[in-house]
Design a protein around this ligand. Structure first.
Ligand code: NI
Length: 164
């Protein structure tokens, strides 16, 4: 099949299938539960805080172009859990499930022929769906890479995993 010339199809494929970085599932695979609240040395947030930050920022970006009544959190405090907040195994799973649910929603939105992903959204300061999706994925990629590196620094990858 020749490459699609429809920018929507290219964007959908790149954003949902051709992402050149670790997925959420890969980043959190086999993560030891006893370290979900660990803060690596010289890092003011824990592994769970990092996932929550990804979740909140992504949720906010997606809601921004869908919900005219959205009240965004205060920047930057509202985009992170409180510095002393902790979670348990169930909370860790909830955060991951929420990130993945919002990613699926973004996937649907980018593929939906009824959504003009390039159109300015009046209630979102005329920002477009594609712009918000791009920002969310860019932010995810940055912090998932950070998550992976901090796991490496802390020796929290399974011994069998290649570090390349
Ligand atoms: Ni960030």
């Amino acid at each position: 099949m020749p490459p699609s010339k429809d920018p929507r199809k290219v964007i959908h494929a790149v954003f949902t299938r051709e992402i050149p970085h670790m997925s959420v599932d890969e980043a959190v695979a086999d993560f030891p539960v006893k370290h979900i609240n660990t803060k690596p040395p010289n890092v003011p947030y824990s592994f769970w805080h990092l996932l929550e930050h990804i979740r909140i920022a992504q949720w906010d970006l997606l809601e921004y172009v869908q919900d005219p009544t959205l009240v965004s959190p205060e920047w930057p405090e509202g985009y992170w859990p409180a510095p002393d907040a902790t979670t348990d195994a169930a909370g860790w799973k909830r955060t991951i499930a929420a990130i993945k649910k919002d990613l699926r929603q973004m996937d649907r939105m980018l593929a939906d022929p009824r959504v003009d992903i390039f159109a300015p959204v009046p209630f979102a300061n005329n920002k477009s769906v594609v712009r918000c999706a791009f920002l969310a994925l860019d932010h995810n990629s940055y912090h998932l890479g950070e998550f992976g590196i901090l796991r490496q620094v802390m020796g929290l990858w399974p011994k069998t995993r290649s570090s390349k």
